[in-house]
Design a protein around this ligand. Structure first.
Ligand code: ADE
Ligand code: ZN
Length: 322
């Protein structure tokens, strides 16, 4: 009805999307064929059937397998162009897109192949897009530092760095030096924290890494002192409703804490995370959350405003959207 069309039509920014997580099964099979890569799945349907996750790690194993078909600059371009088209259809006007270079350089794909393909698609529209390079937290800080050095010839092609992959056991402070170096380089800083990990990981992302946004952050509600701080600092959380259900952070959407986050004055945003794996793009995330939770049109407008306010757009462009 009316709320649904408000959700679909309102201009919005997406701040938490892993480009490798936008790779649809059909494109995985097409690229596998184009590149003569063999997949351990007989068909698109068999691959889709494997998308039954029990936690973050069970997803990551399949997500890294899917990314193995990406070899050429054209592959990275095609993946990114498909995402940008799909996001535009949901009235996403600006996207800040994560990419995981280490997933590819570890397979022998050159860094420049990855970033040039993704970046070229972003230059062509149809929406505004910026790139955020993520370090894989299951790897060492030395490997993250080497990746940051490798990225320097392409410094003008991305705006910031982030931290993703297996959270528990890999706290933010493991990456203190690489984030310090990124800060010196003038890069914007974000990190996944409080998805599966405890509130202490959110605190160390803020205190040690000095991040400017928290990706996920839904476990912040377990610590009232942390909530008070996040509200005081107006620290944005990039929440991903469908992801949280698929990875069993919450049992069902009706138990998601998005409404509570907003009620407490937190700067929550709605995002798709890995839309090809979690059952939907931006508007699917909004609609699923609004169907299951007591959220109304004012919450919708607040979430859209938050998405632009929390973006790394320059102030004039931000104001034009808000
Ligand atoms: N990589 C892709 N999606 C992720 C998520 N939701 N958490 C951590 N790492 C990821
Ligand atoms: Zn994520």
């Amino acid at each position: 009805e009316q709320l649904r069309s408000v959700l679909q039509n309102m201009p919005k920014a997406e701040l938490h999307i892993h480009i490798e997580g936008s790779l649809e099964p059909e494109l995985i099979f097409a690229l596998a064929q184009r590149n003569s890569v063999s997949l351990p799945y007989a068909s698109v349907e068999a691959l889709r059937d494997a998308y039954a996750f029990t936690d973050l790690q069970s997803f990551l194993d399949i997500y890294y397998a899917g990314a193995s078909v990406l070899l050429t600059e054209q592959d990275f371009y095609d993946m990114t162009a498909a995402y940008l088209q799909r996001a535009a259809a949901d009235n996403v006007r600006h996207a800040e897109i994560f990419f995981d270079p280490q997933t590819h350089t570890a397979r022998g794909v050159p860094f420049e192949t990855v970033i040039n393909g993704i970046w070229r698609a972003c230059q062509e529209g149809p929406i505004s897009a910026s790139l955020i390079m993520c370090f894989l937290r299951h790897l060492s800080e030395e490997e993250a530092l080497a990746t940051l050095e490798e990225s320097l010839p392409f410094r003008d092609k991305f705006i910031g760095v982030g931290l993703d992959s297996s959270e528990v056991g890999h706290p933010p402070e493991k990456f203190a030096r690489v984030f310090e170096r990124a800060r010196q380089l003038g890069l914007r800083l974000v990190a996944h924290a409080g998805e599966e990990g405890p509130p202490a990981y959110i605190e160390s992302a803020l205190d040690v890494l000095e991040v400017e946004r928290i990706d996920h952050g839904v476990r912040s509600l377990e610590s009232p002192a942390l909530v008070e701080r996040l509200v005081r600092e107006q620290m944005a959380l990039t929440v991903c409703p469908l992801s949280n259900i698929k990875l069993r952070v919450f049992d069902v959407m009706g138990k998601h804490n998005l409404r509570e986050l907003l009620d407490k004055g937190l700067v929550a945003t709605v995002n798709s995370d890995d839309p090809a794996y979690f059952g939907g793009y931006m508007n699917d995330n909004f609609i699923a959350a609004f169907e299951a939770l007591p959220l109304d049109v004012n919450h919708a407008r607040q979430l859209a405003r938050n998405s632009f306010a929390a973006s790394f757009l320059d102030p004039e462009r931000k104001r034009a959207f808000i």
